[in-house]
Each structure stands twice: as structure tokens, then as C-alpha cells.
Design a protein around this ligand. Structure first.
Ligand SMILES: Cc1cc2nc3c(=O)[nH]c(=O)nc-3n(C[C@H](O)[C@H](O)[C@H](O)COP(=O)(O)O)c2cc1C
Length: 358
């Protein structure tokens, strides 16, 4: 058992999930101020190998593992998170104006399932504040900006919100993810179902033509899409020239095999489920999108990656990169390193096998 599982996690889990989250962010920001700490953490978690490197949508990643959106909502600690071995951090989701999100409590741990239910509703300090945070530091990692709209903005006017966040972050991030799949903002996921999505995508794609560099734009989808709706989105992705798909966000479904009792679930109420129970659903979706796009559209897998083997399975099923959130909370700071060591070992094993065969 690791020091994290034995000591740190039990202490953190004594606090409400959101308080623990704030404590982690504060701790990361604080430690970054202590000279040499960052480099020590970085060197302890460094696993490098040419077999881990990837070039995806024109960006070179030192390895395929990143941090999913929601952990660093305001771009406050992406460098510090990357010190744990991650090759990229998706910050946000970012909204144009400050918003509080839904009333607390709004994050719930399901330890029996190694899962989380959240209904954060995208709290954010607003794009101006996020842009200030990320432009004033030297980036040690690839940064993705997750784009969203303010909850009060109607879907008809959403395009202006997305445009604003896109433009204000353009010079400070490496790629973008359009988040229209959060289940905790009223009607946001309805954007997946309408022509509005096509308008938003087309608008952002044409806006970026005004810039000298072409920053990749990806779309994050929900695991709860009906097949017909999903097929339409895949068609849009292929047609519009979007650079990739993040598969997937949290699910509204309360998967039947949960160990958490129906009573506890009823007490928690609504929200998106992440972590172990989401894995099969996300994996199947990765396979489906890969097959439908004939491997032509890069996939970033997110959803229930709780073990190094889960990450490998996603990559073997067509994902070019993977992202973790809940796994990091349950498995701790060495999680990325464990994944990378496993992937490296698998590729060495494969090389030996193919050398023996030939
Ligand atoms: C507390 C919490 C907040 C999240 N906030 C966001 C968000 O702001 N934007 C977004 O696109 N996804 C958000 N997510 C979804 C994650 O990015 C990820 O896609 C999802 O949790 C599935 O991955 P996981 O099982 O590794 O956690 C959030 C997830 C959690 C648990």
C-alpha cells in the first residue's frame, strides 16, 4: 500500500470532497513556491521513453496521459499537476463570466465503487481571470482549454460565449476542447442535438483562420448519447474537420452493478457519475467512434481509467491519448507514473516478442 492510500487519502476523505479538492489545489500552489520542490517531484515521477511519445493533431506529447477537465478549473496549478508525470492538462471548463455553479454540496464520493458523482455546474472565475493565471507563468506542460458557456446564456446565444472564451484563451493554450456534454448545466447537452452545435463548431473553425497558428479544436461528447444522435455527431466531426473527440464526459446513468446502495444514491441525487463504473461505457464508446471514423479522427479517452491496464485498454481500442480525473483522486499522485511504467513495460515486452518472432 502506498503512503497516499495509507495516510493522505484517509485524511483527505475525512473532509467534504470539494474542501479536499480546494486543499489539494492550495497545497500544490504552496509547494510550487518552495525552491526545488517542483524539480524533485518532477524527477521522482519522470518516466520517459520513445515508446511513450506521441504526435497527435500536430502536437508532440512526451507520453499519452493527461489530466481531464475539472481538476484545474481556473488554470491555477497545471504546471504542478504536470510534475506528477502528465504530458498535458485540460484546464476549465472555462466560462466567459464568473459563475458560482450549483449549490453545495455538489461532489460526492462513492468509495465502494471508486467513483464520484458531481453536479458542480461549471463554477469558474471567468475567462479573464483564467487567462491572467495562465499567461503569467512559463508553461512546463501542454495546456488544453475546455470551452463552455455561462449557465444563464441560452443555447441560442451560446455561440457568443464559446467565441469569447476561445478568443481570450487562444494565445495561451495549445489546444481546445469544446464541452457541450456536461450533464450538470441545464440543457447544455441539448447542444449536442441541434444545428446550433454545427454553427458553433463552424464559427470556431473559421475564427481560428484569423490566427497564424492553427490550434486544434476537439469536441467532448457524453456517454449518454442515443445512437442516432451519436452518429450525427460523428458525421459532423468528419465533415467539419474537427481535430479530435474526447470520449467521454460523466454519465447520468446509475449503472446497475453499483455497490453503493440505491438509498445512498437517492440521497445524493442528480449528477454525473465518473470513475470505475464508467469504464466499460467509455471504452465501448471509444471503440465505436474509432470504428465509425475508421481511425481517422484522434480520440482522447476519458472515463473510468482507474488502473494502468484500463489506460492500455483504451489506447489499444483506438485512443491516441487518455485523460484521468477520478483515478487521480483514488489512486493518488503516483498514478500517472504507474500507468507510464506499465505502458513502457508492455511496449518493451512487445518489442522483445516481435524480435523473437523475426
Ligand atoms: C468534480 C468533477 C468536475 C468536473 N468538471 C468538468 C468540467 O468542468 N468540464 C469537463 O469537460 N469535464 C468535467 N468533468 C469530467 C471529467 O473531465 C472526466 O471527463 C470524467 O470525470 C470522466 O473521467 P474519470 O472517470 O477519469 O473521472 C468533471 C468531473 C468531476 C469528477
Amino acid at each position: 500500500m502506498s503512503f497516499y492510500s495509507l495516510i493522505i487519502k484517509p485524511i483527505l476523505f475525512l473532509f467534504p470532497a470539494e474542501t479536499a479538492h480546494r486543499m489539494i489545489i492550495k497545497m500544490l500552489k504552496l509547494t510550487s513556491k518552495i525552491p526545488l520542490i517542483g524539480s524533485i517531484i518532477r524527477s521522482c515521477n519522470n518516466v520517459s521513453s520513445p515508446s511513450l511519445e506521441r504526435e497527435v493533431f500536430g502536437i508532440k506529447f512526451k507520453n499519452p496521459v493527461g489530466v481531464a477537465a475539472g481538476l484545474d478549473k481556473n488554470g491555477e496549478c497545471f504546471n504542478e499537476l504536470s510534475d506528477f508525470g502528465f504530458s498535458f492538462v485540460e484546464i476549465g471548463s472555462v466560462t466567459p463570466e464568473f459563475q458560482l455553479g450549483n449549490p453545495k454540496p455538489r461532489i460526492f464520493r462513492l468509495p465502494k465503487d471508486k467513483a464520484i458523482i458531481n453536479r458542480m455546474g461549471i463554477p469558474c472565475n471567468g475567462v479573464r481571470s483564467v487567462a491572467n493565471n495562465i499567461k503569467n507563468v512559463r508553461h512546463r506542460t501542454i495546456v488544453a482549454g475546455s470551452l463552455s458557456k455561462n449557465s444563464e446564456t441560452s443555447n441560442e446565444n451560446a455561440i457568443k460565449d464559446f467565441e469569447r472564451v476561445f478568443e481570450m484563451l487562444y494565445d495561451f493554450v495549445d489546444f481546445f476542447v469544446l464541452n457541450i456534454s456536461c450533464p450538470n448545466v441545464k440543457d447544455l447537452d441539448k447542444l449536442q442535438d441541434t444545428d446550433t452545435l454545427e454553427n458553433i463548431v463552424n464559427r470556431l473553425m473559421s475564427l481560428r483562420l484569423f490566427y497564424d497558428d492553427n490550434k486544434p479544436l476537439l469536441l467532448k461528447i457524453s456517454p449518454d448519447l442515443e445512437k442516432e444522435q451519436l452518429d450525427r455527431i460523428i458525421e459532423l466531426v468528419m465533415k467539419s474537420g474537427l481535430d479530435g473527440v474526447v470520449v467521454s464526459n460523466t454519465t447520468r446513468e446509475r449503472i446497475s452493478s453499483l455497490n453503493t446502495s440505491p438509498n445512498e444514491l437517492a440521497q445524493i441525487g442528480q449528477g454525473g457519475l465518473s470513475g470505475r463504473p464508467l469504464f466499460e461505457k467509455s471504452l465501448n464508446l471509444v471503440r465505436y467512434v474509432y470504428e465509425k471514423t475508421q481511425g481517422q479522427v484522434p480520440i482522447v479517452a476519458s472515463g473510468g481509467i482507474m488502473t494502468p491496464q484500463n489506460a492500455k485498454e483504451m489506447l489499444d481500442s483506438g485512443a491516441s491519448l487518455v485523460e484521468v480525473y477520478t483515478g487521480f483522486i483514488y489512486e493518488g499522485p503516483s498514478f500517472c507514473k504507474r500507468i507510464l511504467k506499465y505502458l513502457k513495460k508492455c511496449s518493451q515486452h512487445q518489442s522483445v516478442q516481435s524480435a523473437t518472432k523475426s
